[in-house]
Design a binder for this molecule. Structure first.
Ligand code: FAD
Length: 474
């Protein structure tokens, strides 16, 4: 701790070990190995403990990062875990999948100019993994308040809201449509990035706090929002139902056999274990030549999955250049190392099929970049006459997702915006009193940590609502 700023500045960012690309691209085990203790101590000592604490503002759940770093550097992992868990209920998850380069690490003073920021995410992961083995959660739950709160959806928004509300002494029940809790964390993000056991242990921590989880409960079918409020006695609800409805390009050939939405493809492999077929019941078409359309995390996950399922060629087709790719930088780097072929500045025109109705290729057009569009990224403009064919027997569309209307269509008093997402006021309440919402269903497809940030802030607003507006029988 007695190091000068100059000495700290002289330390280079430590590299987190990862499995060798040619080995890991054949299995579903985790790619990153994580910091050993010695590297974690060195990396934490790169933090300058600056007063501004911009990194705290850069974190949507407001982790006190300088304090956390101070404890890691001192080797007091118990205290570091305490700081981390007091702000973030799912650190083993965010430490693995947060786009830190756009959040805490982007504003880290050490990243200014040509500098390299402190590896906040890698250290978060290190302490979360240490805590899973060694930290005894002494969560002090206050006496029951008598309020009964329902959470619909068990993705990061719902899990976070559930944890916060349980900590306040409310009786919390999560309703999840699928047979396993976790939302995209469990059905979308592959195990080679986020092992299921990490999610299970973070969900178990919530159960230990008294949160009940009911799976296979589709709200809008099994119960409606009205049933939960009027008949099941819930005083308030949080809707964290995500944005899981796949978007298609609407190009010719999408009905051919061998065309998947990334959502279906990844759900088959991750949630249903199709990579172990026939030991698992669910099959997936593996494909020798796979073409994945898109440039975000979902596309990266799908294309890397196809390689692991044995594809000879796994092609990514993206209409802009590498600089505009929305995927986390680490995923792009890992994908390239694993032998994924990047077809940049290419846009699919139609999917080609054989006489038996199976995919045989993807016709694409080359693109060039024009002026920036509404997203601030340069608009891709087609180059006329530049058509070419990518050989493919499986085509996966990873073009984003929209709101699933299943719940909201049975609750007409919840107002939606023009894209079908739920409208909320500044507290997170929908147009139906007592029903709150957050995460992707209010923002559109975003990130794990933004969904968690919503879960946390909306839970605080729900607590205020319950205390101010709901009178319990004497
Ligand atoms: C493949 C993939 C990779 C991604 N990678 C990253 C990444 O690396 N980093 C990152 O930060 N973000 C990533 N994201 C985005 C991130 O996962 C989402 O922004 C985040 O999960 C949104 O959380 P949520 O809680 O709002 O919704 P979700 O995680 O979508 O969870 C919603 C849950 O609600 C359930 N549900 C829906 N309707 C009902 C109903 N009617 N009744 C009961 N339950 C219902 C669903 O089954 C689901 O379990 C990725 C997304 C995908 C698809």
């Amino acid at each position: 701790m007695s190091m000068t700023a100059k000495e700290r500045m002289a330390i280079d960012r430590q590299h987190m070990p990862e499995r060798e690309a040619g080995v890991r691209n054949c299995d579903f085990n985790e790619v990153n190995i994580g910091f050993p203790e010695q590297l974690a101590l060195i990396e934490a000592s790169r933090c300058l403990q600056c007063k501004a604490g911009k990194c705290i503002e850069g974190c949507p759940v407001g982790i006190n990062i300088p304090e956390f770093m101070k404890y890691v550097e001192a080797g007091d992992f118990n205290k570091a875990a305490e700081v981390l868990l007091s702000a973030n209920a799912l650190p083993g998850i965010t430490g693995r999948v947060c786009p830190q380069e756009e959040q805490c690490e982007q504003v880290c003073i050490r990243g200014k100019g040509k500098g390299v920021p402190v590896a906040v995410g890698h250290l978060e992961r290190f302490i979360a993994d240490w805590a899973r083995e060694n930290y005894d959660v002494k969560q002090i739950i206050p006496p029951p308040t008598g309020y009964k709160v329902g959470i619909v959806g068990s993705g990061p928004a719902g899990l976070t809201a559930a944890g916060e509300l349980a900590k306040m002494g409310h009786d919390v029940t999560i309703f999840e449509a699928l047979h396993k809790p976790g939302g995209v964390l469990v059905y979308g993000i592959p195990e080679f990035r986020l092992p299921n056991k990490i999610i299970e242990s973070e969900v178990d921590r919530l159960r230990e706090m008294g949160v009940k989880i009911i799976c296979n409960a589709v709200i809008g079918r099994t119960f409606t929002v009205g049933d939960l409020m009027d008949e099941e006695g819930f005083h308030a609800l949080f809707l964290g139902i995500g944005a899981g409805l796949p978007v298609f390009m609407n190009i010719p050939g999408e009905n051919l056999k061998g065309v998947y939405s990334a959502n279906e493809y990844l759900t088959r492999v991750n949630l249903m274990g199709a990579y172990q077929f026939p030991e698992c019941d669910t099959p997936v078409i593996k494909g020798k030549n796979v073409a994945v359309i898109g440039g975000g995390n979902v596309a990266m996950d799908a294309v890397r999955t196809s390689k692991r399922l044995g594809a000879k060629a796994s092609n990514l087709i993206y209409r802009r250049s590498r600089a505009e790719m929305p995927a986390r930088k680490e995923e792009v780097k890992h994908a390239e190392e694993e032998g994924i072929v990047f077809n940049l500045l290419c846009n699919p025109k139609r999917i080609l099929g054989n006489d038996k109705g199976w995919v045989k290729g993807l016709e694409c057009l080359r693109m060039e970049l024009g002026e920036p569009d509404a997203s601030g990224r340069r608009r891709p403009v087609p180059i006329e006459g530049s058509e070419f064919v990518v050989e493919a027997d499986v085509v996966i569309e990873a073009l984003g997702a929209g709101a699933n209307p299943l719940l909201t269509s049975t609750t007409p008093d919840i107002k939606l915006n023009k894209w079908g997402y739920i409208e909320i006021d500044e507290t997170g309440m929908t147009t139906k009193p007592g029903v709150f919402a957050g995460g992707d269903i209010t923002r559109g497809a975003a990130t794990v940590i933004l969904a968690m940030g919503d879960g946390k802030s909306v839970a605080a607003a729900m607590n205020r609502y319950l205390k101010e507006k709901v009178t319990l029988p004497a």
